[in-house]
Ligand binder design. Structure first.
Ligand SMILES: Cc1cc2nc3c(=O)[nH]c(=O)nc-3n(C[C@H](O)[C@H](O)[C@H](O)COP(=O)(O)OP(=O)(O)OC[C@H]3O[C@@H](n4cnc5c(N)ncnc54)[C@H](O)[C@@H]3O)c2cc1C
Length: 301
C-alpha cells in the first residue's frame, strides 16, 4: 500500500510489517493476518500515524500486549498499531510515577516496589500494558487502575490532553478512552510511600493466588466474561457443569471455569463457539447473560 511507504518515510522510527499473523501477538494465540502491523516508538509518531490513518479512512486497531483480545480467524483488514519498546519508559514524579502506554503493568508494579510506593501491587500479575490497563480499567484483588491514576494522557485524534483521573469515567472494566475511542499515551499514578517488605509480600501473595487458582500454563485472555451483577461468572459456568467442555481446541478450564483456554490448536472460531455455548447454557440455567470481557475484533474471513 502506497500509504504505508509514505508513513515509513515520514516517521523513520516506524516499523512497517505486511501480512502479519496476529496469533503471535495475542495471549489466546489465535487470530488471522493483519494487512499491516505498525510499531511506533514515539508519541509524535503514534499521533501522526493515527491522524493519517483517520484522514485516509483506513481502519486501524490499537494493540497493547494482546492479553484481552480475541482476533478473528480472518485477521484484520486494515492496520494494527502497536507501541514499541522505546515507548515504554517509567519516570519518577513528585508524588508517584508516570508510565508510557507501552510499559507492561507487571514492570510498573515492580518499579513502584523499587521506589517504595504502595498501591500498584494488584497490577503485578496482569499481563497487559499500561495503555490496555487504563482502557480496560484493569483490576484485581480489590485494586483497580482508577484508584491510583492521577491523570491520563489521551489523544483524541486531534489533540493531546492530560485528563484527571476523576474525569476518566472509570467503571468496571470501563473508561473514557473506551467511550471516545481515544488513545492512551501514558498515565501518571499518585502513590503513597509504603514499607518495601510489606509491598513485596503482598505482590508475592497475589502471584501465589494466581498460580493456585488460574490455568497460567495455557494460553488464555484471563477471565473471558465480565462479572455479572450479584454473581461470579466462574461459579455460574461451573454450576452449569461446563468445566472441561471444549469446542475444537478451546476449552473451559478445569482449574478456573471463568477462563477459556487454548489447549494447543484452537482457532478463533473455536473460542467464539465455546463462548456462545457457555452463554446459552448459563442463561438457560440462571437467566443471567454473561457479557464477554475479552474484546472481539477482526474479520470473519
Ligand atoms: C493470564 C491472564 C490474567 C489476567 N488477569 C487479569 C486481571 O486480573 N484483571 C484484569 O483486569 N485483566 C486481566 N487480564 C486481561 C488483560 O490482561 C487486561 O484486560 C489488560 O488490561 C489488557 O491490556 P493489553 O495491553 O494486553 O491490551 P490489549 O489486549 O492489547 O487491548 C485491549 C483493549 O485495549 C485497547 N488498547 C490497548 N492499548 C491501548 C492504548 N494505548 N490506547 C487506547 N486503547 C488501547 C485495545 O484496542 C483493546 O480494545 C488477564 C489476562 C490474562 C491472559
Amino acid at each position: 500500500m502506497q500509504e504505508m511507504n509514505m508513513l515509513q518515510k515520514q516517521y523513520p522510527d516506524l516499523t512497517v510489517q505486511k501480512d502479519v499473523l496476529l496469533s503471535g501477538y495475542t495471549t489466546l494465540r489465535v487470530g488471522g493476518k493483519a494487512d499491516y502491523l505498525l510499531t511506533a516508538e514515539t508519541e509524535e509518531t503514534i499521533c501522526g500515524v493515527l491522524r493519517f490513518l483517520q484522514e485516509k479512512g483506513i481502519p486501524y486497531l490499537l494493540m497493547g500486549n494482546g492479553s484481552n483480545l480475541l482476533v478473528k480467524d480472518g485477521g484484520f483488514r486494515g492496520v494494527v498499531v502497536r507501541f514499541g519498546k522505546e515507548f515504554g519508559t517509567i519516570t519518577k514524579t513528585d508524588d508517584g510515577l508516570y508510565a508510557q502506554s507501552g510499559v507492561l503493568m507487571s514492570l510498573l508494579s515492580k518499579a513502584a516496589l523499587d521506589y517504595g510506593y504502595t498501591g500498584l501491587e494488584f497490577a503485578q500479575g496482569i499481563p497487559g500494558t499500561v495503555g490496555g490497563g487504563i482502557y480496560m480499567n484493569a483490576g484485581a484483588y480489590g485494586g483497580e487502575m482508577s484508584q491510583v491514576v492521577k491523570y491520563v494522557r489521551l489523544f483524541d485524534g486531534e489533540k493531546i490532553t492530560d485528563v484527571p483521573g476523576n474525569e476518566m469515567n472509570f467503571g468496571y472494566r470501563h473508561s473514557l478512552a473506551m467511550d471516545q475511542q481515544a488513545v492512551v499515551l501514558g498515565a501518571a499514578f499518585s502513590l503513597e510511600t509504603g514499607d518495601k517488605g510489606e509491598i513485596e509480600a503482598k505482590m508475592k501473595e497475589f502471584a501465589q493466588r494466581r498460580r493456585d487458582k488460574q490455568p497460567l500454563e495455557y494460553p488464555s485472555a484471563g477471565s473471558f466474561f465480565k462479572r455479572p451483577a450479584g454473581h461470579f461468572a466462574g461459579a455460574l459456568i461451573e454450576q452449569s457443569n461446563l468445566k472441561g467442555v471444549s469446542c475444537g481446541g478451546a476449552q473451559v478450564s478445569e482449574k478456573h471455569a471463568g477462563f477459556l483456554i487454548n489447549t494447543g490448536n484452537a482457532t478463533a472460531s473455536d473460542f467464539l463457539n465455546l463462548m456462545e455455548k457457555v452463554q446459552t447454557e448459563v442463561y438457560n440455567n440462571f437467566q443471567v447473560h454473561l457479557e464477554n470481557e475479552v474484546r472481539i475484533v477482526g474479520n470473519d474471513e
